[in-house]
Ligand binder design. Structure first.
Ligand code: PLP
Length: 477
């Protein structure tokens, strides 16, 4: 199947090559030339793993043996066989995406990406090692490390900002085991680490290296496509609980940063799933709320540090895919992206804004509002959520319609214990482990075993380097 660049200036490639390349050479993102026909009703009758294989086979047909890859990616790695359960909470349904090995939703995609990458490599007859580079603000790094641990033919380097991630997030990364994993702190903030990674790609372009460079970021279609499954799974769960009948519409409220999670929902809709509105939920970094309301995307504003750090982002890369899908106009998309990089903002034509607003609603909440939501839902429903999920819940309340609403829950409350304990009026003193134990004692919700185990695991990756040394780090492993 042909994949083309959203900016229209690169040759079409097949789906295996799109996964291997990540970004298209013209700087655009790969998308299928046409969305394939898909038997969505049959898909709803399948198990979570079978659903995943059906969707991935449809979108990535040049990667063979999808069922075996899915099995290897997920079996025994998640708390439940159905991977992503949906539970009723008050007026809403909560789709729990944090039941994987690192307690954040990125596990769904990053368990699968290594399988797709190595299969694509085999398919293309590439013998070279692939070295995956990732800059992380906390969640992506650990999920990628676990996904790639000891995968043959691949190695991974993760860079995180020194002092810029939570104690649990740091412990998750520096204790990572595996012969092919490398983790290092960078002096600077997340942007410094991310710019450092981009500079490494630029410096290595066209150079003969002993490995191929790749990325675990959601610009890769191989990271986006595995996320479509949980929209189908949640819909199927609502069907089997008789909350809906086949064909009924369901709204989804999605905590959004890079626009990856929510775009997967739009792709589910394009494959036929009866999705109503997709509600784009942001924190105080509300660049997407402004865009979806006015048609102007303007990143010229300070990046705020919030209690939902995985959504602290001003340039939502995957929005480019939506602009392409709804306009079909690669020249327009290329022009808008040029405006964004040169002027810091762009404005979409009115017709395109109208098309976007027909599919998407938007809302945001600041830290105080998120805290109030966590406290209120815990008091009234006995359900404890993390600050990212709280943004989704708040946006769902703003846009409550007359069809069932699913709120996507993207992280375990145990990953953000200070904010969550504050929200329920509890003491936040002590170490992050003290806080986890206090939360467990107060709420009776068990600490995810992998998080509890961190306390006694030896630290294996304690290096800290200036950002100028990142290339050396990558070449020296
Ligand atoms: C990454 C992340 C998000 C945002 O997902 P995007 O795909 O970047 O939109 C939301 N919540 C958590 C906990 C995350 O780790």
């Amino acid at each position: 199947m042909d994949y083309i660049s959203t900016r229209g200036q690169s040759p079409a490639v097949d789906s295996a090559q799109a996964v291997l390349s990540g970004l298209a050479p013209d700087g655009g993102l790969y998308m299928p030339r046409a969305i394939p026909a898909f038997d969505w009703q049959h898909c709803l009758t399948l198990s979570a793993q079978q659903m995943s294989a059906a969707i991935l086979s449809a979108l990535l047909p040049d990667i063979p043996n999808m069922e075996a890859l899915v099995k290897r990616a997920y079996t025994g790695k998640f708390e439940t066989e159905d991977l992503t359960p949906t539970v009723p909470v008050g007026d809403f349904q909560v789709l729990e995406l944090f039941r994987g090995p690192t307690s954040a939703f990125k596990d769904v995609a990053l368990s699968m990406l290594p399988q797709l990458l190595t299969a694509a490599k085999r398919e293309k007859g590439i013998a070279q090692e692939i070295r995956v580079l990732t800059a992380t603000s906390g969640d992506t790094g650990k999920a990628a490390l676990v996904g790639f641990q000891d995968v043959p033919g691949v190695s991974i380097c993760v860079f995180y900002p020194f002092g810029g991630v939570s104690q649990v997030q740091r412990a998750q990364m520096v204790t990572q085991e595996g012969e092919n994993v490398h983790v290092c702190a960078v002096e600077g903030n997340f942007d410094d680490a991310q710019t450092g990674v981009k500079n490494i790609f630029a410096a290595c372009q066209g150079k003969a290296l002993p490995f191929l460079l790749s990325s675990a970021n959601s610009i890769n279609i191989g990271r986006l496509a595995p996320q479509i499954m949980y929209y189908f799974k949640s819909y199927a769960d609502l069907l089997s609980r008789k909350v809906i009948s086949l064909g009924d519409k369901v709204d989804f409220s999605v905590p959004t940063g890079n626009f990856g999670d929510i775009l997967a929902g739009y792709l589910a809709k394009k494959l036929g799933l009866p999705v109503g509105r997709l509600i784009c939920a942001s924190n105080a970094n509300n660049v997407l709320t402004d865009f979806l309301t006015t048609g102007v995307y303007d990143r010229r504003r300070p990046l705020l540090k919030t209690t939902s750090p995985s959504m602290d982002i001003l340039v939502s890369s995957n929005l480019e895919r939506l602009l392409y899908l709804l306009s079909g106009d690669t020249a327009l998309v290329a022009g808008l992206m040029k405006d964004l990089s040169e002027q810091g903002f762009y404005r979409v034509p009115d017709a395109l804004l109208g098309a976007i607003q027909a599919e998407f609603a938007a809302g945001y909440c600041n830290d105080a509002q998120a805290e109030a939501v966590i406290g209120r839902v815990y008091r009234e429903q006995g359900y404890l959520m993390d600050p990212h999920t709280a943004c989704g819940w708040a946006a769902a309340e703003t846009h409550r319609g007359d069809v069932p609403t699913v709120v996507l829950s993207t992280a375990s409350p145990y990953k953000f214990s200070t904010a969550v304990l504050t929200a329920i009026g509890a003491d936040t003193s002590g170490s992050e482990y003290d806080r986890m134990e206090r939360m467990q004692a107060l709420t009776g919700i068990p600490i995810p075993p992998a998080l509890a185990a961190l306390r006694t695991k030896p630290e294996r990756h304690t290096g800290v380097i200036p950002k100028e040394k990142m290339l050396e780090f990558v070449l020296g492993r």
